[in-house]
Design a protein around this ligand. Structure first.
Ligand code: ZN
Length: 461
């Protein structure tokens, strides 16, 4: 794809500046990705869905490419044409997931080693979340083709449908169906949040992306491994001066919902000692959960706090509900934080005035995910060669990704690269050209290394 002259010039200036301090883009494979082509392709394809301009440069816009919109269909058709030019076979399943498969030297029927992510964005999203992972995968295949290089096993790209869950509210929707965690009928029936007459399935049909292949990890398009390059979406890499995150897994989380019951009372005539004030108790509980999480190096957050809609300034509320989201890479710690919170909440409930009562329900329990040791070792090897041991670090994903679902069925890991100020899901989300290129080179080295590892395990692996 040709960049417009203006984009090309801006890119050259950018690249000339940024690569002076870059790590070597040369790993054990002997192949070198084309950093300019990667950057140009990524930004050229952002013309489909670009939105929320924030600066003068061509690339200084965010994205609004919601899944299965006309712009998403355009970038899908473009990707289909590009992978076919490379000689890949393209399969589309019943959720519109796109699988591009490049044959390996062995002509093995074994499932391909996949590089996957998503091309859809949030309504006020950026140009890198998901998009980088797919464009990097394409650049890896282009680089291999340029060099006449073939892997042993088949290799390819996956574009997962509706990862963001922004238009049809179910995040990691289609990898979830593929993994058997989300029933396909439920996914198909998801309604456009702005127009309930439009369903995910009707949009798949409208764009010609309702494939015949089952969306299923075993009876549909099987994967031999799944590697996903993604921006970190947090500040840890930047703060620690590292450029590659070797993702070990995803943290576990539990969502709890609490109802605190007290009694309406006049604020002017009811002494503090006579009150049953659920809002005061809830406030102390939320603050206590933060203290407990801090002591355990975990996260505890309240995103929803509700008082009755008829509450008034001079009346103690009768009831308060709030949510609690607890997260940590280890399930034991999530459980320990929950236990300590419940103990503290029991104390707090009796603490003020005549006390309050509370009950709670567990809304979601998502255990921690450990990624595959073999895949992680391949990324570690790639990172050591490209940036040395001090240039990378192990990380745990704080967000959900398609890789969390693929890990249930095939060896999986992720590679994180830094994004400016840890910002994502915002138009100003930014990953520098050198970090995009470094991540892509790391992806290439990882899949080549893993391909050799697969061979060492025998051609039946
Ligand atoms: Zn993403």
């Amino acid at each position: 794809m040709q960049a417009t002259p203006r984009v090309a010039q801006a890119l050259r200036l950018n690249l000339a500046h940024s690569f002076s301090t870059c790590a070597r883009l040369q790993g054990a494979s002997g192949l070198k990705i084309n950093a300019d082509r990667l950057w140009e392709t990524l930004h050229e394809t952002c013309k489909w869905g670009e939105s929320h301009r924030y600066g003068e440069k061509t690339t200084e816009t965010g994205m609004a490419r919601l899944t299965l919109t006309d712009d998403d269909a355009r970038v899908r058709r473009w990707l289909a044409a590009e992978v076919e030019k490379l000689g890949c076979t393209l399969s589309v399943d019943q959720m519109g997931n796109m699988f591009a498969r490049q044959p390996g030297k062995l002509k093995s029927a074994k499932p391909m080693t996949a590089m996957g992510s998503h091309l859809d964005t949030q309504p006020r999203g950026g140009r890198y979340d998901g998009i980088l992972g797919v464009m990097a995968a394409l650049e890896v295949l282009r680089t291999m083709k340029d060099n006449g290089f073939s892997t042993n096993f088949d290799i390819g790209i996956v574009n997962w449908t509706n990862e963001e869950g922004a238009r049809f509210p179910k995040s990691m929707c289609s990898s979830g169906v593929w993994a058997g965690a989300v029933p396909i009928q439920k996914a198909w029936n998801l309604q456009d949040i702005h127009n309930p007459d439009v369903k995910l399935r009707s949009e798949l049909i409208r764009h010609g992306y309702l494939g015949e292949l089952p969306c299923d990890a075993t009876s549909g398009f099987r994967l031999g491994a799944h590697f996903e390059l993604h921006i970190e979406q947090g500040p840890i890499l930047t703060d620690s001066g590292r450029s590659i995150g070797i993702v070990q897994g995803a943290q576990g989380y539990r969502w709890l919902a609490f109802t605190i019951k007290g009694k309406d009372a006049h604020t002017g005539t009811t002494p503090l000692s006579a009150r049953q004030d659920p809002l005061l108790a809830a406030s102390r509980m939320i603050a206590a959960s933060n203290d407990i999480a801090t002591r355990h190096d975990a996260l505890a957050s309240t995103g929803i706090l509700k008082v009755p809609s008829n509450a008034s300034t001079n009346t103690i509320a009768s009831e308060v509900t709030f949510t609690l989201d607890i997260r940590h890479p280890l399930d034991d710690v999530v459980q320990a934080v929950q236990k300590k919170c419940l103990e503290a909440f029991t104390r707090i409930a009796a603490q003020d005035g005549k006390g309050v009562t509370f009950d709670w329900t567990l809304e979601t329990d998502s255990p921690a995910v450990r990624f595959d040791k073999g895949c992680i070792a391949s990324v570690q090897e790639a990172a050591d060669t490209l940036v040395g041991p001090n240039g990378s670090m192990p990380l745990t994903s704080g967000a959900g990704h398609d890789s969390v679902y693929t890990s249930k069925h095939c060896p999986t890991t992720m590679i994180f690269v830094p994004c400016k100020d840890g910002v994502s899901h915002h138009p100003t989300e930014y990953c520098s050209p050198e970090h995009c290129a470094l991540g892509t080179q790391a992806l290439l080295e990882s899949v080549v290394h893993y391909d050799s590892f697969r061979l060492s395990q025998g051609t039946e692996v």
